[in-house]
Design a protein around this ligand. Structure first.
Ligand code: ADP
Ligand code: MG
Length: 401
């Protein structure tokens, strides 16, 4: 049952930022500004906009604000302009109508209440993803209060989401984090059946383990995108040169074998020989795949079968586009799924950076019942996993029910 019986930290109530004196205090604010960027341009501002109420509250209190975030997955822990938080400063400055400065992530630059400081991408430092104690302590020493507001990263035990909170005098849950956790908790406490989950996207290795538990709580699971390719590979079907992860094939096989009746997989696909040149784009049955074909989207018959499941669902959970929706050639599957969810009578809850971007692109934002800024965190919370990002945040100890 997708019944939220919470016996961990989420059950306690976080102490609100309103209960602390913030004026002139050095605040490190962890936000999730991991927004989609194409050719240096932000294509979706949702995650930044979601953080505005928190930032505006701190500004009104005249706090000295330093924002920590990551952006993308930079390789080798070194500077890469494509992943610089400099890409975010302008957008945030415009939204706040205040100066926003990019500062080094050595945590030596003093913070000011005259402007907002953003530290350079925290994932340029090796210690971040390792949850390195020295880095956590260095960050902690740079502030009086740490506010964890990055719901989208709260499923990660990283130095800026988990480690830092152990060493600061005060670590509090931000308003966005609180809102997300409370809304999702509320939703899963009384879901309308049948429950359908649609999981797609590219982060196969991080999402697949979550499916093993999620599938127990849902009545049907649709798999699309790169995740579906891995499943097809596990069924020993030809997937040509499509995206998949060899390390996850075995766990995909187990998932499929133990949950045959619940899982819906693609039956046809939009393929091409070369994604960039849209060379020889065809819609074919999966049995017709050639070794040099690349799957970019689900095909029309798959859309039909997925739509039927959506129409029959009482609750729809969606994370991950079912195709490379950023490209016109491969957008149709995700578009049709988004429209079907929007027009269904079921309660719909969606999350994930790229999923939000797709929801906005296909203009269905108003017709989704709840949109979460988190992807992996959203999936983790749906199955009642402890979020490492909340472990050390201040709570008023309430007894568990
Ligand atoms: P979210 O951010 O919503 O959690 P992910 O980051 O997991 O979603 O995945 C989003 C990405 O998955 C998109 O950039 C999309 O292009 C990609 N994707 C979807 N289907 C495919 C596919 N068949 N092949 C390659 N990439 C895909
Ligand atoms: Mg993404």
């Amino acid at each position: 049952m997708l019944h939220y019986k919470c016996l961990n930290k989420h059950e306690m109530s976080f102490i609100s930022i309103e209960q602390y004196e913030l004026t002139n205090k050095r605040i490190l604010l962890r936000e999730d500004f991991n927004v989609p960027i194409v050719n240096g341009k932000i294509t979706d501002l949702t995650r930044i906009k979601a953080a505005l109420p928190t930032i505006e509250y701190l500004i009104a209190k005249k706090a000295k604000i330093g924002i920590i975030s990551h952006l993308g997955r930079p390789k080798n822990y070194s500077f890469d302009n494509n992943f610089s938080l400099g890409n975010i400063c302008d957008a945030l400055s415009k939204l706040l109508n205040l100066p926003v400065k990019l500062i080094p992530n050595d945590f030596n630059t003093p913070l000011s209440s005259e402007y907002i400081s953003i530290f350079e991408n925290i994932r340029f430092l090796k210690g971040e993803t390792n949850n390195d104690e020295a880095l956590a302590k260095k960050m902690a020493a740079a502030c009086d209060i740490f506010i964890m507001d990055a719901f989208g990263c709260s499923h990660r035990a990283h130095a800026s989401t988990n480690g830092i909170a152990k060493f600061v005098p005060i670590a509090i849950a931000g308003p966005l984090l609180k809102k997300e956790i409370n809304s999702i908790k509320k939703f899963i406490s009384t879901p309308k059946r049948p429950i359908l989950a649609i999981i797609g996207g590219a982060k196969i290795s991080s999402k697949l383990p979550l499916l093993t538990k999620l599938i127990k709580s849902v009545d049907k699971l649709i798999i699309g995108g790169g995740m579906a390719n891995t499943c097809l590979k596990a069924m020993e079907m030809e997937i040509g040169k499509s995206l998949y992860e060899s390390d996850t094939v075995t766990s995909a096989k187990t998932l499929l074998e133990t949950n045959k009746e619940k899982i819906l997989l693609p039956i046809d696909a939009v393929v091409s020989k070369n994604l960039n040149e849209n060379h020889d784009v065809r819609t074919i049955a999966l049995t017709e795949m050639q070794p040099d074909d690349i799957i970019g989207d689900i095909g029309t018959n798959t859309i039909k079968s997925y739509n039927e499941a959506i129409q029959n669902a009482g609750t729809i959970i969606w994370n991950g586009p079912v195709g490379i929706f950023e490209m016109e050639t491969f957008e149709n599957g995700t578009k049709e799924i988004a429209l079907a969810i929007a027009n269904s009578n079921g309660y719909s809850i969606a999350g994930g950076g790229d999923t939000i971007s797709a929801i906005n692109k296909f203009a269905v934002t108003q017709k989704i019942s709840y949109i979460s800024t988190g992807g992996g965190a959203f999936l983790a919370l749906l199955q009642n996993k402890e979020l490492p990002g909340v472990t050390y945040l201040a709570t008023s100890a309430q007894s568990a029910t």
